[in-house]
Design a protein around this ligand. Structure first.
Ligand SMILES: Nc1ncnc2c1ncn2[C@@H]1O[C@H](COP(=O)(O)OP(=O)(O)OP(=O)(O)O)[C@@H](O)[C@H]1O
Ligand SMILES: [Mg+2]
Length: 252
């Protein structure tokens, strides 16, 4: 049986001036799977994620979503497709509190006087934010403080919470555990598997090979802006993955 991928990138090219970040990169995300996207520093992983989530327009190539060609013209367009992203640089609004970050652009309104004026329902948004933090083990002493005052790990928690709160099809996570402690990393990995079990797909970028081997149903390897290998769970050893990343192992 041939199942149609949820999201497919074909031959994506993206250059920044003279830097060729993506040189005809292919990438596939199936339904309800965790796919790890791995590769050395500068291989093009973040650039690929940004072209699939509407931040960068590709110079060439094709993106298919649920089998149909799409142009992901903006992050808003990606969100409308059900795609949420935890960017490597997190992309939070530092002056706002966590709940305002979680609900940025999707604020919960409660009816005002005579139902005409809408007021932001801060209580509802904070409740939801605290529930998401509880799920993720994000420990924040003052939830109403601006996220600029948070630690790196706490900010990473906010970004992950926001993405999983809103995604309906796929969540891209660009090194979501890079700043996290042992306990929070465990929670995020468990969350990734729970999100997958809910029927969503998760794209995990990570340099942590044990983490990749543990949660990924499939691994795609990017090297010098191109996909050079894919492995199903159990197919490759850690040495194979590293070999594909460095070019020591060439997959036929
Ligand atoms: N906005 C940009 N302007 C100019 N060059 C860029 C830009 N974004 C990425 N690049 C370049 O594109 C190449 C790929 O970068 P990218 O961030 O996609 O790599 P990566 O695989 O995510 O690496 P890392 O593991 O270090 O995060 C690099 O050479 C980088 O310098
Ligand atoms: Mg990156």
């Amino acid at each position: 049986m041939v199942t149609q991928p949820l999201l497919e990138a074909r031959g994506i090219v993206k250059s920044f001036g003279r830097v060729h970040a993506l040189r005809g990169a292919d990438f596939t995300v199936n339904r309800a799977e965790v796919v790890a996207l791995i590769g050395d520093n500068g291989a093009g992983k973040s650039t690929l994620v940004k072209t699939l989530s509407g931040v960068h327009a590709p110079d060439a190539g094709e993106i298919l979503f649920e089998g149909a060609p799409v142009t992901v013209a903006s992050p808003e367009a990606a969100r409308e497709l059900g795609i949420e992203t935890v960017y490597q640089d997190l992309a939070l609004a530092p002056d706002l509190e966590s709940s305002a970050n979680l609900f940025l652009g999707r604020e919960v309104l409660r009816p005002g006087l005579l139902g005409r004026l809408g007021f932001l329902d801060n209580v509802a948004m904070r409740d939801r934010t605290e529930a998401a933090f509880g799920d993720l083990g994000v420990g924040v002493q003052d939830v109403q403080a601006p996220v600029a005052t948070f630690s790196g790990g706490q900010r990473q928690g906010v970004a992950v919470a926001r993405a999983v709160t809103w995604a309906s099809k796929v969540v891209f996570m660009d090194e979501p555990t890079a700043a996290l402690g042992v306990v929070q990393t465990r929670r995020v990995l468990d969350l990734i598997m729970r999100v997958r079990d809910r029927g969503l797909s998760v794209v995990l970028i990570s340099h942590n090979m044990p983490e990749v081997m543990e949660v990924a149903d499939r691994v795609e390897v990017l090297r010098l802006g191109q996909r050079v290998a894919t492995f199903k769970r159990g197919e490759g050893t850690m040495e194979d993955l590293v070999g594909a990343m460095t070019g020591a192992l060439v997959q036929s």
